[in-house]
Design a protein around this ligand. Structure first.
Ligand code: AMP
Ligand code: MG
Length: 373
């Protein structure tokens, strides 16, 4: 069984989510923001692990509100960490004002500042930490540095209402299969080379498709399926990315590129690339469910926006009598709201002093003690 968890289910404020219910959601945002003033202090979350700067909020009760975000999209080439950091510095002040305006708040409504302490690109993380320190000091409120990967899990659990899932975390820089065991989110399998999103983006870039390449690859794969009633892997085979419980995507990238160079249609290769890459991730996730005995699967990370990987997860979970969950797309991609939510959860247990607020670009998912339920 599969579930796409809507923003309405848990926060009612999905203004940027999937069109159809937008006007109703906007009304609810207005209702919420009016009552926000009387709801006590809000937690601000600042996300800057890579190309996106994002400010998000949760209210006094930990209810998430959609973030204000700005993503650097290089005209050509990949992300240069220094350029992304400069972008974040340039837009931080305006974006902070924007998120306050969006919910009719003033700085005095903010009761704590959370930020991504790691993992991520050093220069980008440093900008976020500096902005967080500055705001917390100026407003005289607690500061809390949080683990970006754990934030993806907690926003997914909050949005989807699942309890103890295996998380398939598929983003630009990360690909991990994670499960909670003995007070930590343990990494049961992960990429040994590049993240699945980076692989898709690099393949796309080689074809002249700008960043982010994942959505365009999805579109081309769908076009191939629309014009091919009986798709077949003949002539489109690619290496499998599974290495035990781990994954490796660079061979897949090279082989897909070679297919295009040898004359295979681009949309057909996009379809094959998605099928191979996603099936590998789902296979590792399935084994993790089997080994841990868990029955819930939760998708997270930007690649979880893709409908094909969502469907594959649903089918696999259904076959195992389990359930698959996918948060609204605005909470799959990097966003400040998930940082605010994890900050709000952890503030019940700790804060970060200025001396301990340095970033850690190599922070591991399993380094953060999970002391909440
Ligand atoms: P994140 O690093 O979590 O912010 O996610 C960004 C990554 O998600 C980029 O590599 C994008 O190409 C990828 N992405 C976003 N939307 C899709 C999609 N519909 N299909 C595949 N990948 C996607
Ligand atoms: Mg991420």
């Amino acid at each position: 069984m599969g579930r796409s968890c809507t923003a309405e289910r848990h926060n009612g404020a999905g203004v940027e989510e999937d069109g159809a219910h937008n006007s109703r959601r906007k009304e609810r945002v207005e209702e919420q923001s009016l009552s926000g003033k009387s709801m006590g202090k809000w937690t601000l979350g600042i996300e800057t692990t890579a190309h996106t700067l994002s400010f998000g909020l949760v209210d006094n009760d930990g209810i998430p509100y959609p973030a204000a975000s700005d993503t650097l999209r290089p005209d050509e080439g990949g992300i240069h960490p220094r350029e992304a950091a400069d972008h974040h510095k340039d837009v931080a002040s305006d974006l902070f004002s924007q998120v306050l305006e969006k919910y009719d708040l003033s700085p005095s409504d903010i009761g704590a500042v959370a930020y991504s302490q790691g993992p991520g690109l050093g220069p980008c993380l440093r900008v976020g930490a500096a902005v967080a320190r500055g705001l917390a000091t100026k407003m005289g409120v607690p500061l809390i540095g949080v683990n970006h990967c754990v934030a993806h899990i907690e926003i997914g659990r909050q949005q989807c209402g699942c309890d103890d899932p295996v998380l398939l975390y598929v983003s630009g820089g990360n690909t991990q299969v994670i499960a909670r065991l003995n007070g930590k989110y343990r990494v049961l399998g992960e990429t040994l080379d590049i993240g699945i999103g980076n692989m898709l983006d690099k393949f796309a870039r080689n074809q002249g498709i700008p960043f982010p390449g994942g959505p365009k690859i999805e579109q081309l794969a769908n076009e191939y399926l629309a014009r091919t009633p009986e798709p077949s892997m003949d002539g489109l085979q690619l290496p499998y990315a599974v290495r035990g419980m781990d994954l490796a995507f660079s061979g897949l990238l090279t082989a897909a590129q070679r297919l295009v160079d040898n004359g295979a249609p681009l949309d057909a290769v996009c379809w094959s690339l998605q099928e191979h890459a996603f099936a590998s991730c789902v296979e590792v996730a399935e084994r993790a469910m089997a080994h841990t005995g868990k029955t819930e699967l939760l998708l997270g990370g930007g690649v979880a926006c893709n409908q094909r990987i969502r469907t594959m997860c649903e089918e696999m979970s259904r076959d195992r009598d389990g359930e698959s969950f996918a948060p609204p797309r605005m909470y799959c991609i990097d966003n400040g709201t998930m940082i605010a939510l994890l900050g709000w959860i952890e503030l019940h247990h700790r804060t970060t002093e200025l001396e301990g607020s340095a970033i850690d670009q190599y922070l591991r998912t399993d380094q953060t003690p999970i002391v909440w339920s």
